[in-house]
Design a protein around this ligand. Structure first.
Ligand code: NAD
Length: 489
């Protein structure tokens, strides 16, 4: 707070554990109400001078910040791995995707430009420009502890706002380090406030009259709660929620490329990505590839982040592991064919880790809970479809719309898929089509509540208000301007 950490008076503390070992790394306070109030007030005070700070100065802060993040990328990745468990390469990717947003935020002057039309009526000009909103808040999930906070506060602050961030209580140390580096980059006091805790702390922010906009990323039930509560309190909201992403596999696709991409996209990061592929739709002859998919998936190995041979890490908590194991049991009970069961996997030297091995179900149907629910583990469901039309119908009937992919050699099939599919991010022979920051992250339907999405031009629209000016000056005043001391009768 105020650019340096403030000890909390809270009596409520949450353990942050290493998911690969089960050991407690640190504890994080549930920020008390008076502390939350002071954080919002400090951000509000900082806003008065920050909104007057010239745009190039704001951009230069982002330039220094992206440089510092690059210098500290490895150190940040180690912190991230310890508390989140993902592999070192994955952690560096998590940070890198965030750095790319900061690079984009350094381009803020061009992004904030308004519009002008001369002579909208005789001698009347009309022009618009964008102004910041005030204090904005961000609530982030555990699975991208660097990237997702960096989706939010750099763009909001570059636009001239100040920001209160509530990171996931499961891996909050990465966000703490991000804030420390932001201060080191020269961020004025109060610009970025980091508070901690869970639902109670979030609800305080959602209802606070001085918070003008809320950015959320997390699960569907919480995303709906955030959207409802914050809009009820008349705030602008963008709420990114859960997913069930399908990869449609056409029989004309290159089998080996499909299999390589599918395994990484489903088991990578232990399936804990909002863009992970959790359903593969095998069209026609592609249904013959099941054995090869199983054999390839069986080779994906969980392990500790320091093990260079590990393909993915543990689940974030023992509760998350239990939830995934329950789904594996349900899948079997519901009649899906379990070709690979990772329930009992062990990782040598790490008996306390939340491990689940790669798990594969075939003959999955749309009524089964392993199909309808987001499992968020390394569990892949195979569904059969007779034709591309059947596959499109299946994907469009699923309520989520975050990401999808089609693998095919046919431009016509790809074109039909991209046009007809009701999903906001489509990959054509690309398994996880996360847009780069000059575009926006455009989830649809149950995966997103709001209208303006994260980063890119849409983030600038989200974090600013447009002011439109209609101006008229009178010719008769020109004479007065030329001769200001002359008295006009
Ligand atoms: P989560 O919803 O449990 O938590 C997200 C945030 O909300 C955390 O900061 C948490 O403290 C807070 N929170 C939890 N319960 C709350 C409550 N009752 N009221 C108010 N706030 C509350 O999500 P998670 O488990 O941390 O993250 C995984 C989920 O995030 C998955 O569903 C995944 O698909 C989703 N996700 C979506 C995207 C996207 O862009 N669509 C990106 C990443 C993750």
């Amino acid at each position: 707070m105020h650019g340096s950490p403030v000890p909390s008076q809270s009596r409520d503390w949450i353990d942050v554990t290493n998911p690969a070992t089960g050991e407690t790394l640190t504890r994080v306070p549930c920020t008390t109400e008076p502390e939350l109030q002071r954080a919002v007030e400090a951000a509000k005070t900082a806003f008065h001078s920050w909104r007057e700070t010239p745009v190039p100065t704001r951009a230069r802060l982002m330039l220094r910040y992206q440089e510092l993040l690059k210098q500290h990328q490895e150190e940040l990745a180690e912190i991230l791995c310890e508390e989140n468990g993902k592999t070192f390469e994955d952690a560096k990717g998590d940070i890198w995707r965030g750095i790319e947003v900061v690079e984009q935020a350094a381009n803020i002057a061009a992004l904030m430009m308004g519009e002008t039309v001369e002579n909208v009526a005789a001698a009347i000009d009309c022009y618009s420009y964008t102004q910041p909103l005030g204090v904005c808040a961000g609530i982030t999930p555990f699975n991208f502890p660097a990237m997702i906070p960096l989706w939010m506060f750099p763009m909001a602050i570059a636009c001239g706002n100040t920001f209160v961030l509530k990171p996931s209580e499961q891996d909050p140390v990465t966000a703490y380090k991000l804030a420390e580096l932001f201060t080191e980059a020269g961020a004025p006091k109060g610009l970025l406030q980091v508070v901690h805790g869970g639902g109670q702390q979030v609800d305080f922010l959602l209802k606070h009259p001085d918070i003008k906009a809320v950015s959320f990323v997390g699960s569907v039930p919480v995303g709906q709660h955030i959207y409802r509560t914050a809009t009820d309190h008349l705030k602008r909201v963008q709420s990114f929620a859960g997913a069930k992403n399908h990869m449609v596999i056409m029989p004309d696709a290159n089998k080996q490329i499909v299999i390589n991409n599918l395994i990484g996209a489903s088991a990578g990061a232990a399936g804990q990505r909002c863009m992970a592929i959790s359903v593969a739709v095998l069209v026609g002859e592609a249904q013959q590839w099941i054995t090869e998919i199983r054999d390839a998936m069986a080779k994906a190995k969980p392990g500790h982040w320091k093990d260079p041979n590990a393909d993915f890490g543990p689940l974030i908590s023992s509760a998350a592991r239990k939830r995934v194991l329950d789904y594996i049991a349900k899948g079997k009970a519901e009649g899906a064919r379990c070709l690979l069961d990772g329930s009992d996997v062990k990782v040598d030297g790490y008996p306390g880790g939340n491990w689940v091995g790669p798990t594969l179900f075939a003959d999955v149907t749309p009524e089964m809970s392993i199909y309808t629910d987001e499992i968020f583990g390394p569990v892949l469901c195979l569904v059969n479809a007779d034709s591309l039309d059947d596959a499109i119908r299946l994907v469009n009937d699923c309520p989520y719309g975050n990401g999808t992919a089609i693998f095919t050699a046919s431009g016509a099939a790809a074109r039909k898929y991209q046009h007809e599919i009701l999903v906001g991010q489509v990959g054509i022979n690309v398994p996880i089509p996360v847009p780069l920051p000059f575009f926006s992250f455009t989830g649809w339907r149950a995966s997103f509540y709001g209208d303006q999405h994260a980063y890119g031009k849409q983030a600038v629209r989200f974090y600013t208000e447009t002011k439109t000016v209609t101006a008229r000056w009178f010719d008769s005043d020109i004479e007065q301007a030329e001769h200001p001391n002359m008295t006009i009768q």
